[in-house]
Design a protein around this ligand. Structure first.
Ligand SMILES: [Zn+2]
Length: 156
C-alpha cells in the first residue's frame, strides 16, 4: 500500500537489522501523520533529483534505533533523533548519482524543498523534515572514524 505516489508503507518500516534481530518495527498509529509528511518531503526530493529513491532506513522503533547505533551492544532502547519519529529517511538515488552529488544539489534548496535537516553520511543521504535546534546542524557531513560532524557538505 502506498503512503504517497512513489513510496510505500513497507518502505517506512523495512529494516535489514530489524529482520536480522527479529525486532518488531511496526509503525505506531500516532506516527502515521509524521510518516506521511516525511513521504511528502521525499516526493519533493525525488522530483528535484528526477530519479527513483532507494530507501535504506526510515522509521526505527527505539529497540531498532539502539541496535543500528550500537551494533555491538546488547539490547536497549534509543528514542533519540528523527528516525524514531518516522521523520527521517536514509536513502540513495543511483539513477541520479552518488550521495555527495545528491547533497550538493539539495543543500542550496533546503528551504525551497522543506528539508529540515540534511546529512551527508558518505554512502547515503539522511534527510529529516524536522529542523534541528541549532541552525548550524541543518546541513552537515558525518566525518569518518567517529570524528563527529562538519558543517555543510564536504567531501569525505
Ligand atoms: Zn538517518
Amino acid at each position: 500500500m502506498n503512503i504517497s505516489p512513489h513510496f510505500t508503507w513497507a518502505e517506512v518500516t523495512a529494516s535489514r537489522v530489524a529482520a536480522a534481530r527479529t525486532i518488531n518495527n511496526a509503525l505506531p498509529d500516532y506516527l502515521r501523520p509524521e510518516a506521511e509528511a516525511q513521504a511528502a518531503l521525499m516526493e519533493r526530493i525525488r522530483a528535484a533529483l528526477g530519479a527513483p529513491i532507494i530507501v535504506s532506513s526510515w522509521f526505527r522503533c527505539g529497540a531498532l534505533n539502539w541496535a543500528v547505533r550500537r551494533p555491538n551492544a546488547g539490547p536497549g532502547i534509543d528514542n533519540s533523533g528523527d528516525h524514531p519519529k518516522a521523520a527521517a529517511t536514509d536513502f540513495t538515488a543511483p539513477g541520479f548519482g552518488a550521495p555527495l552529488g545528491i547533497c550538493r544539489l539539495l543543500a542550496p534548496r533546503v528551504d525551497e524543498l522543506g528539508i529540515g535537516q540534511l546529512i551527508y553520511e558518505g554512502t547515503w543521504v539522511h534527510v529529516s523534515k524536522n529542523v534541528p535546534f541549532k541552525d548550524i546542524n541543518r546541513v552537515i557531513t558525518l566525518l569518518p572514524g567517529g570524528a563527529g560532524y562538519a558543517p555543510g557538505i564536504v567531501e569525505v
